[in-house]
Design a protein around this ligand. Structure first.
Ligand SMILES: *Cc1c(COP(=O)(O)O)cnc(C)c1O
Length: 424
């Protein structure tokens, strides 16, 4: 199936007389006839459901759809994008390990890696995603376990050279994890460019209606853990907390990562997505391919309008010829990038706040990738904890306005922006 058909029909194939729509299995637990039956599930000897914190059929149908969309071998849903990022990294890193991460990433991921994971004894080196391969290679240490970046960074809108990152990661024997939230698999499939694991905040375009917070992790099944067994003892040596199972042996290259992530991290940390939210997410996925087209069309129209406006000092949108990331976008995002545009105004921070206050259609929200257009000044909200220097390093200068173009009519959006610009 083409990605457009997978969005609609992937993950769930009802049998004769079964519900056409994915059933919501709103049950914490599952019934068994004998203790022996259940014991086999606990030992990972048989597959089946026993407790929704570990697995739930609704979630599994939706995870299977996203897995197909990305072209992976296994996937799991999480309660949020933050949980997905944390689990994907923590599944292969522990105290004493090191991460190489693009500096141009989502503010929440930046904090997670630089503050919270640091407290767990995991170090990070942030690299400029535009740095040369030589510079990127210099960031790796003997204890580096993973490289991380975002296809289109939120909110800097940097387009990542995924092939370059994958080459660096693989030359050091570590996997590349890519947050593919903004592009979605409709516009970019990072596995095709060498990424090993993909994460999503499904809260954004995948849900697309501002209705349900969620996340997802997908494994490409292509990273050979056993070839780097010394680096990944958690996958390549027996797990005493699971009766001595060695994930990479028992579940193979295609299943080890997600099975371990479910069996250990979901079991112990419990950031499961509710089946109700998974159902809502699936409704979003069914139209993702159609909506992405409109988000991109509106983003392009708004970016072009802003770029020609005398009060606008700069516009970041990789679909604009002349944008720093235009060439990379032509390669990695030939069908469009996303609906998010960012820009600066002549009057700086004050003008940004006056402009946003005067918008009628676009609401001020800590959200993006929604059917309804919204905007944000990251420096005064999501990135509040960062210094001006860190903001500049992350590609989010203090005056930057991020506008997430929704699914409304583009003429209406432009008229709203025009009247707000007139008043600032
Ligand atoms: C929003 C977002 C996250 C975090 O996701 P939540 O669902 O809000 O926890 C991670 N990465 C990117 C790129 C995001 O936009």
């Amino acid at each position: 199936m083409n990605i457009n058909s997978i969005c609609v029909q992937g993950g769930y194939t009802p049998g004769n007389g079964q519900p056409r729509q994915i059933p919501i299995v709103q049950s914490t637990t599952f019934k068994y006839d004998t203790s022996e039956d259940m014991g086999k599930l606990f030992d990972l000897e048989a597959s089946g459901y026993f407790y929704t914190r570990l697995q739930n059929p609704t979630n599994d149908f939706v995870a299977a759809k996203i897995c197909q969309m990305e072209g992976g071998t296994a996937a799991m849903l999480t309660s949020s994008g933050q949980a997905a990022t944390f689990y994907a990294l923590f599944n292969i890193c522990g105290a004493g390990d090191h991460i190489v991460s693009s500096s141009s990433i989502y503010g929440g991921s930046y904090n997670l890696i630089s503050v919270t994971m640091k407290r767990m004894g995991i170090d990070v080196t942030f690299v400029d995603p535009d740095a040369s391969e030589e510079e990127l290679n210099a960031a790796f240490l003997p204890n580096t376990k993973v490289m991380f970046g975002e296809t289109i960074a939120n909110p800097a809108l940097t387009v990542l050279d995924i092939e370059k990152f994958a080459r660096c990661a693989h030359s050091h024997g570590v996997p590349l994890v890519i947050d593919n939230t903004f592009a979605t698999p409709v516009n970019c499939r990072p596995f095709a460019w060498g990424a090993d694991i993909v994460t999503h905040s499904t809260t954004k375009y995948m849900d697309g209606h501002g209705a349900a917070v969620g996340g997802c992790i997908v494994d490409s099944g292509r990273f050979d853990w056993m070839a780097h067994a010394d680096k990944y003892p958690g996958l390549c040596t027996p797990d005493e907390s699971y009766h001595g199972v060695t994930y990479a042996e028992k579940f193979g290259q295609g299943g080890a990562f997600i099975t371990k992530c479910t069996a250990q991290l979901m079991r112990d940390l419990g950031s499961i997505q509710s089946p109700q939210n998974a159902f809502i997410l699936n409704l979003g996925l069914e139209s993702l391919h159609v909506r992405m087209q409109r988000h991109c069309e509106n983003g392009q129209a708004v970016a072009e309008f802003l770029a020609a406006h005398p009060k606008v000092t700069y516009v970041n949108y990789c679909g604009l010829p002349g944008d720093k990331y235009y060439d990379l976008a032509q390669k990695y995002l030939p069908n469009g990038s996303c609906g998010v545009v960012s820009f600066g105004l002549k009057g700086g921070r004050e003008a940004a706040s006056a402009f946003m206050k005067n918008l009628k259609m676009a609401a001020i929200e800590t959200h993006v990738a929604d059917a309804r257009t919204c905007c944000l000044n990251p420096a005064s909200s999501t990135h509040r904890q960062m210094t001006d220097e860190q903001l500049a390093q992350a590609g989010v200068p203090a005056e930057l306005v991020r506008m997430s173009c929704g699914l409304e009519d583009k003429e209406d959006l432009i008229a709203d922006i025009a009247q707000a610009l007139e008043k600032c």
